[in-house]
Design a protein around this ligand. Structure first.
Ligand SMILES: Cc1cc2nc3c(=O)[nH]c(=O)nc-3n(C[C@H](O)[C@H](O)[C@H](O)COP(=O)(O)OP(=O)(O)OC[C@H]3O[C@@H](n4cnc5c(N)ncnc54)[C@H](O)[C@@H]3O)c2cc1C
Length: 409
């Protein structure tokens, strides 16, 4: 007979799925993943870019999960670790043929790799969380009766020993632990695509090759990266109000009219009108529908909570420490959170165990040990990314970034 799960992982992104896989390989199998997406088929708003996995974090997570060989042999693009830095006049500032052991993988391939490593019945698709509520028989936390998860479809679930919020920047689990909320960074990306038959494809290929290009200057950026099927993603980075995208479209956001409205705004004096023609080509030809990514972060000093606040509940990844993406470590840090949480659960509660049978004190000790490590790592990432964001969007961005890459600042 199936034992009801004692662990609820909320969110089937990189951090939640790595945790699920690590629990599976450790023999802690009484878990379930609640994911708001309706199925594993990528939705229209799913992020489709590429991620470089770092040796000590993202790659380490895949090693512990027993997935590194498949990643390395079949999916990792080792030749994509090349990086070109240009200024807004189109002048090459630096070419790095190899930025080190940082192979790229499409975000969607990473998700598929992780999904295929977990028994499918343990993922409950179409289970978006509306909120998590703590049931108390009175005001005292000592008489805690556990938590109830309310889903957006009107159903609910209860009886979990551990709830892990891995539900990203707008986590619905986080309010149980801390009142902190993500704040807007003042910067956003607008994402477009350059397919094989795009008039700018050859230009992108010449400039970027199999890796990444970053063009910086005048408080703006253009980032271009190749994906596994050879097409390019292009990200226009702006300093702009949070609602920039909505304010500048009068049509449905997915329509070609909306794309053209945003394009003409990007080509205006305020943004890329004075950039070199080759860079403007990328703006003129990028395919829509453009997708806005307003960038949020949690203030580092507000990352953290007292363990006594919410027994049996914790957060992973962006839910705990959302940062801007300016050091390219968010996913690596999030996957590593899952490594540490799984490791602490095993060391305090044991391998091949049912969490239902574990004493509270052991579970809380595991969570405290995990959080001590995670809070510091998350705060450090947010701070470094904010600093990097200041550099990337400064007047003198390309030179400051080169100094940083050379280790001079
Ligand atoms: C534009 C952009 C570019 C980036 N580039 C990079 C990069 O190059 N390198 C890098 O390391 N990082 C990058 N990041 C950061 C990286 O994407 C995140 O740090 C990482 O995805 C966090 O993983 P996660 O599992 O914690 O959360 P997420 O990836 O956000 O996953 C959360 C999961 O929870 C689900 N979910 C959300 N809400 C609910 C709910 N209420 N109920 C149930 N399920 C829910 C979501 O559908 C999703 O599956 C980038 C971020 C952005 C915005």
């Amino acid at each position: 007979m199936d034992t009801p799960p004692s662990i609820a992982i909320v969110g089937g992104g990189p951090s939640g799925l790595v945790l699920a896989r690590l629990l599976e390989v450790s023999g802690i199998t009484d878990y379930v993943v609640f994911e708001r997406d309706e199925s594993s088929t990528p939705g229209p708003n799913e992020q489709g870019g590429t991620l470089d996995l770092h040796q000590d974090s993202g790659q380490e997570a895949l090693k512990r999960a027993g997935l590194f060989d498949k990643f390395s042999n079949e999916l990792a693009r080792w030749d994509a670790a090349c990086f070109h830095l240009l200024d807004s006049a189109g002048k090459t500032i630096a070419n790095f043929s190899d930025v080190g052991n940082r192979p790229e993988i499409d975000r969607l391939q990473l998700r598929r790799l992780l999904l295929e490593s977990i028994p499918q019945h343990k993922i409950r698709w179409g289970h978006g969380i509306r909120c998590v509520e703590r049931r108390k028989s009175d005001k005292s936390i000592v008489d805690d009766d556990g938590c109830i998860i309310h889903f957006t479809n009107g159903s609910s679930a209860t009886g979990f020993r551990l709830i892990v919020g891995a539900d990203g920047v707008w986590s619905k689990v986080r309010p149980l632990l801390t009142p902190t909320r993500p704040v807007y960074s003042g910067k956003l990306y607008i994402e477009g695509k350059i397919s094989h038959n795009n008039p700018s494809y050859h230009l992108a290929h010449e400039l970027v090759g199999p890796g990444n290009m970053l063009v910086l200057g005048d408080e703006k950026t253009i980032a271009v990266q190749q994906l596994s099927d050879g097409h390019y993603r292009v990200y226009f980075g702006l300093v702009a109000p949070e609602n920039f995208y909505q304010r500048n479209i009068s049509f449905d956001a997915n329509s070609s009219e909306a794309t053209e409205e945003i394009r003409s705004r990007l080509l205006s004096d305020e943004f890329f009108a004075h950039w070199t023609p080759r860079m403007k080509d990328l703006v003129e030809n990028a395919e829509g529908p453009f997708r806005p990514w307003p960038l949020y972060f949690i203030k580092p000093e507000t990352v953290g909570w007292d363990r006594s606040v919410a027994p049996g509940v914790t957060l992973l990844g962006d839910a705990a420490h959302a940062s801007t993406p300016f050091v390219g470590e968010g996913v690596n840090c999030s996957m590593y959170d899952a490594v540490i949480l799984a490791e602490r659960l095993v060391s305090h509660c044991g391998e091949n165990t049912m969490l239902a049978d574990v004493e509270n004190v052991k579970l809380e000790a595991a969570l405290a040990a995990y959080e001590k490590d995670m809070f510091a790592r998350g705060q450090d990432l947010i701070r470094r990314s904010s600093e990097s964001g200041k550099r990337l969007f400064s007047d003198n961005a390309s030179h400051l970034t080169l100094q940083m890459l050379n280790g001079d600042i």
